[in-house]
Design a protein around this ligand. Sequence first.
Ligand SMILES: [Zn+2]
Length: 161
Amino acid sequence: MSADLVTWLREQIAEDQRAAEAAQRFHPTPWRVDPEVETTMETGRWVADAADEGVLVANGDAPARFFARWDPARVLTEVAAKRAILDDHRQVTFTDANLGIHNADVCMVCHAHLDYPDHFTEEQGDAWEYPLVQRAWPCPTVRALVAPFASRAGFDPSWLD
Ligand SMILES: [Zn+2]
C-alpha cells in the first residue's frame, strides 16, 4: 500500500506541474487582476499575464484575485514544496529491539511518544520517560499531503485512516 501511495501521489503532483507549465506557456507569470480593462459583464474582472495579455475574465473581484494568486508560478512552487516534503517524510524500515520495534515502516522525521513500551518495569516508577519513537508510515504529514487529491481517480480512502 505504502509504495502505491507515494507513486500515486507523485503522479498527481506531476499532473499539477504539467498543467501549470502548459498554462504558463500560453500566459507568462506573474498574473494579476487588471482593473483598467472593461468587460461586458458588470462584475467581470480581467486577469492579465506578465505580457499584459488577458488570461480570463472572472465573475467578480474575489475570484479574479484568487486566479491571479494561484497563477502557474505559484502552483509550481507548491509542486516543489510538496516534493521536498515527500522526500523528507519517506518510508523507512526500522528496528529497535530495546523498544520492541521490529521491521516497522516508519517516518524518521515524525515522532510520537510511545505510550506502552514492552520493557516497562515498576522499578522505574516516576523516573520512567516514555521514549520518543518514529511515527508509523504513512505519517500525518504524508496523509496531509495526499488529502487534497482525494477526488482524483485512483485515490484510496484507506490512506487517510
Ligand atoms: Zn513524517
